[in-house]
Design a binder for this molecule. Sequence first.
Ligand code: Q9C
Ligand code: ZN
Length: 631
Amino acid sequence: MGTALVYHEDMTATRLLWDDPECEIERPERLTAALDRLRKCGLEQRCLRLSAREASEEELGLVHSPEYVSLVRETQVLGKEELQVLSGQFDAIYFHPSTFHCARLAVGAALQLVDAVLTGVVQNGLALVRPPGHHSQRAAANGFCVFNNVAIAAVHAKQKHGLHRILIVDWDVHHGQGIQYLFEDDPSILYFSWHRYEHGRFWPFLRESDADAVGRGQGLGFTVNLPWNQVGMGNADYVAAFLHLLLPLAFEFDPELVLVSAGFDSAIGDPEGQMQATPACFAHLTQLLQVLAGGRVCAVLEGGYHLESLAESVCMTVQTLLGDPAPPLPGPMVPCQSALESIQSARAAQAPHWRSLQLQAVALTAPDITLVLPPDVTQQEGSALNEETQAWARPHESLAQDEALTALGKLLYLLDGVLDGQVSSGIVATPPSAAAATLDVAIQRGLSHGAQRLLCVALGQLDWPPDLVHDGGVSRALRLCMYPGRRILWLNIRGKEAAALSMFQVSTPLPVLTGGFLSCILGLVLPLAYSFQPDLVLVALGPAHGLQGPHAALLTSMLRGPAGGRVLALLEEDSTPQLAEILARVLHGEAPPSLGPYSVASPEDAQALMYLRGQLEPQWKMLQCRPHLEA
Ligand code: Q9C
Ligand code: ZN
């Protein structure tokens, strides 16, 4: 359905006319650098280009006072000295004769984007604007922001399009206190912001930026603050914040539209943020948001002052909005202790207001589950690998029939295509009787054809390579996965028991209720996958997988993230055509359908999840959502 890019060259007009070290970073080149890079990468050409219009004064009045709008209107005729004096009455603000025009274009761009998405002209989009908006308040300019672009867009979406639930995700590195103040008591707008805070020692130095500010009155729980108390937060910290805090709430909220206050001063190199997240991280954040609201995501530029980092991060965001898979994240995915402390305190502050965060509370009894520990095979000889691989190549009886062989042939063809980078993903249907054997061969072929780490998510009756499990004490399969190289992570979601046979072989019951399924994906599958960093994911829907279409689509869609989009889906030939179609769509970058109203996880599901997380957390660090207790 397409991606809109909303822009107007006039927005490069406003600029600082006097000396002010604090304000000089907000300059016209921010927009030109982003746009130039989009052109160079061929991304601008793939978007629907919309020329921004000016917002009307009535539209500005949706969140600002008439007196304030008049004040800004009158700056158009002021001279430099007068502009400087007026600017000094606000915190971190400069006015320019073109400010009123630019700021109205910025609001207008956000409104046009929302209109294009909500009328179905496009699926999603980005508005490249100056001045930014999220610090601006009902009657005050603040932090380079004149009118609150995103807040006005949210009120407009409610009033003109009749929406009832809007999620605002503010990934700018500063707290969008302007948005928070405007919607503090409004339960129809869920506002999430992470921000550099340093225990209150970073601008704008507000007590109400801390995690315990959760909204007021009817809006309790609809303000979500995640204060970063150290600089240097990186990809793992940002992804963990989404998986363990934002997304559980967002799914429970079930928004009709996602607005992103898309500041890129939270990226590496930015002088304001001093953070470490790489531009590719914004592709992942975008992809994680695209599973909400049927994929209706409107991103509006806020901050971002390192031109190179800004431009690259904007490209990553647009590329992902267009449906391309997110590039793999570099480096080990281990959230830092300070980030975990912040996430934990925000979860604690929000828990009274959200059922999705209350899972721990219901499962107080000891789980009726046994952990099967593997024999210690880590010391065995690595030379066994080749022999194992050959043993796996033995003809499988169930692959003898023609149709099974044909399916296998297709699978191998696709697998090679994915590993060689010719295609990004694929789907293969197999006869039900051949599902397990096909999966075996897929794993073996994947490993011998260049996959370094292979994640296999098996649903239904698909055991870890069945004919190999009971092979003289230590299973060959287990040996292969434990040593050498630790190359396979096997996760079976099949409706029986929760067990971690090893750190690489995990089984969990299939949750039936939406809440259980979501917490399984967000709290187990994705953290495992992001920690493991596979270069190929096999999603196998085996016999009696019991998964509903939207659930299968969500799982498959989200598994594109950790593997750079390299996902092969295996399903049974007698699956419905609708299932195959929906999986093909999400693998192609389309948004999965909404899961509908939230229903909380069953105590059994919650317990199984909690148990497995406890077992696996020491090795797979993205599972953590609280800091280690130091002695
Ligand atoms: N070094 C936006 O990013 N100055 N506004 C902070 C701390 C104000 C940022 C000084 C920063 C405003 C939209
Ligand atoms: Zn900012």
